[in-house]
Write a protein that binds this ligand. Structure first.
Ligand code: ADP
Ligand code: MG
Length: 636
């Protein structure tokens, strides 16, 4: 650089996390290490975007008239690659804060990723806010010279070999605004000082950078704002290339939504739905948002207010004609034009989903499989509640297997006469719900039940409360009186009614069972809902939902499950036999044995039996007895 450096230089240590990161990057050979060039160009482009933003705000700016561009030069002999931009530049404090001493929130996540050795993690380093350091995959030393756009700031030089420390010195010569990064390439990376190699990388990753990139003296990128081009002039390769540029995805998108809207407000939007949910989306909220432009000037990267978070799987760009260029990010939300854009774009995403759900249910099922967890979080978006509900899908008893999907519209289209509620059952899986005794009467009456095996589903239903005029009702708390009246769908022999006297005896048996279980249950009562099972546990009508209870238990182990009602099927053969035993001797110990066993079996089915030891030893005892009777009866 030929600059005379000040005598007193200063050395700084890299932050521990950065040191760890560098250690891995320097010592591993990644197949995708060419991406360091993409990262440096993307930083140059960010710096130019930031400068353009300062210009539109009317800030005072050094070297105001030099063009906004990126220049790449190389020297094969010296194994030197240089990337220069005329962007925002950095002050000494900026250098210290931005490069080396303060770890960004993403760095720990990225370290975890490369430690887990996820598929060439280096390729996606830029997503974690630590893209700059990728340069040390190829460099043995890096020198940054930089001049901040702020008048009065001194030019600086930062140097490092990517080991433990870096150095910052002040430069005496004057330099133009912007940042120049000199990459002194390692012997085995000298290919990055060759023209065809550099050009290839730029074409592959940086074609859509919106500032001109000059390689030596030739402009090598295509700076058109794709979203402003007419759809008919864009090839699907261009769309896909732009998508990959924008998202770092290696696959093509599931869908592309390109719109140019004129009234009532004018904007362009180019949105993409990735095929797969980005695995980092869940890790960091930073990942979601659309890039907001005003008349081609990037105002905000990943704006989080255009689309609600639950539609955050949508990626892309929005460019407004009507917003003021000097709008600050803080006042965006209060701007009525912005509000309209946001509303329109949300509506656009909804109508895309509605169309897919209606016309291509198989594609919608694929979408649902990938994004249902995120989408369901929209339960609190009351403005879009109707559309949101139409897009929800559940597995239900009307589906053949766990892959089947039912919409609320499907469900209500299959309602039985007089049915006013949408029934649902909670459980950990379809299988466990299907085998639960509580479901028996619904099966018997042919009533459809939604199977909620995702804990989020219960939150969704309890916050949307109603679909059209239908309330959601858990099968636990459904009104059995009205269900009883419906005709049976499954032919079964009618059980013999209990005689008057037996009915009284049965009530005493229930009291006896309550005495045995004591305060383990709220009540023991005859069941209206059971068909094939002898007994089950039910939540009292006004009880807090079992999901809430699970949450409460998670936060405080001391809170036990709420006491339940134990229901007994008086028509079950086992209970009829038990009644005989009871009539012969109301204190027979066999009654205790059976009662405890039925109770613990019900707990086990619910997933809330804490200690199975007693259940198993009791069962063994019963089996021993029954084996003796078996031998006797069979005369073996
Ligand atoms: P990210 O770009 O995600 O912020 P990087 O590790 O790529 O993370 O860069 C770290 C920071 O260094 C940037 O946020 C920016 O503040 C600063 N920086 C890097 N390159 C430049 C540049 N060419 N001009 C100005 N600032 C830069
Ligand atoms: Mg970067």
């Amino acid at each position: 650089m030929g600059s005379t450096e000040q005598e007193h230089s200063s050395k700084y240590q890299f932050k521990a996390e950065i040191k760890q990161l560098l250690d891995i990057l320097v010592h591993s050979l990644y197949t995708s290490r060419e991406i360091f060039l993409r990262e440096l160009i993307s930083n140059a482009s960010d710096a130019l975007d930031k400068l353009r933003f300062e210009i539109t705000k009317g800030s005072e700016i050094l070297d105001k008239d030099i063009p906004l561009e990126i220049k790449i030069t190389f020297d094969e002999k010296k194994k030197l690659l240089t990337i220069a931009d005329t962007g925002i530049g950095m002050t000494k404090d900026d250098l210290i804060d931005n490069i080396g001493t303060i770890a960004k929130s993403g760095s720990a996540d990225f370290l975890k990723m490369i430690a887990d050795n996820k598929s060439d993690a280096a390729n996606i380093i830029g997503r974690f806010g630590v893209g700059f350091y990728s340069v040390f995959m190829a460099a043995e030393r890096v020198d940054i010279t930089t001049q901040s756009f702020k008048p009065g700031e001194k030019p600086m030089k930062w140097s490092s070999e990517g080991l433990g420390d870096f150095e910052i010195v002040e430069i005496e010569d004057t330099i133009k605004r912007g940042t120049t990064i000199e990459v002194h390439l390692k012997e085995d990376a000298k290919e990055f000082a060759e023209k065809y190699r550099i050009e290839g990388v730029i074409k592959k990753y940086s074609n859509f950078i919106s500032f001109p990139i000059f390689l030596e003296n030739d402009k090598v990128n295509n700076i058109k704002a794709l979203w402003r081009e007419p759809k008919s002039s864009i090839t699907s390769e261009e769309y896909n290339e732009f998508y990959k540029f924008l998202t770092y995805d290696s696959e093509e998108p599931m869908d592309i939504l390109h719109a140019s809207v004129d009234a009532p407000i004018q904007y362009y939007s180019l949105l993409f739905i990735p095929k797969k949910e980005n695995e980092f989306f869940r890790m960091s909220r930073e990942e979601y948002g659309l890039d907001l432009y005003v008349r081609r000037v990037l105002i905000q990267h990943k704006n989080k207010d255009i689309l609600p978070e639950y539609l955050g799987f949508v990626k892309g760009v929005v460019d407004s004609e009507d917003l003021p260029l000097n709008i600050s990010r803080e006042t965006l939300q209060e701007n009525s034009v912005f509000g309209k854009i946001s509303k329109n774009i949300t509506a656009q995403v909804y109508s895309y989903l509605q169309k897919k759900a209606k016309e291509k249910p198989e594609e919608y099922a694929a979408f649902w499989k990938e994004y249902n967890r995120v989408f369901k979080l929209g339960y609190s978006d009351f403005l879009n509640a109707d559309k949101y509900m139409e897009l929800l899908r559940f597995n239900s008893s009307a589906n053949e297997d766990e892959n089947g999907l039912t919409s609320l519209e499907d469900y209500t289209g299959r309602l039985q006469n007089e049915q006013k509620e949408i029934y649902y059952a909670l459980g950990t899986s379809r299988d466990s719900i299907i085998s639960s005794p509580q479901l028996e009467i619904f099966k018997n009456k042919g009533l459809e039940v939604l199977f909620l095996s995702d804990p989020l589903d219960e939150f969704v239903l309890s916050s949307i409360r109603k679909y059209k005029d239908y309330d959601f009702k858990s099968i636990d708390t459904a009104d059995l009186k009205s269900i009883e009246k419906l005709a049976d769908k499954i032919e079964k022999e009618k059980p013999v009614e209990l005689s008057k006297d037996d009915s009284l005896q049965f009530d005493s048996l229930l009291s006896k069972m309550k005495d045995i279980l004591k305060d383990k249950v709220e009540e023991v009562r005859a069941s209206e809902r059971l068909v094939d099972s002898p007994a089950c546990l039910i939540s009292p009508d006004s009880s807090i939902s079992s999901t809430m209870q699970r949450l409460m238990r998670l936060s405080n182990k001391e809170i036990g499950m709420q006491k339940k009602i134990f229901e007994i099927n008086k028509d079950h053969a086992l209970i009829r036999n038990l009644l005989k035993v009871f009539k012969a001797d109301s204190n027979d110990k066999y009654i205790n044995l059976v009662t405890d066993q039925l109770f613990e079996s019900a707990l086990l089915l619910e997933g809330s039996l804490e200690d199975p030891h007693k259940l198993v030893s009791r069962l063994n005892e019963l089996l021993k007895d029954s084996s003796e009777w078996y031998v006797e009866v069979k005369k073996i």
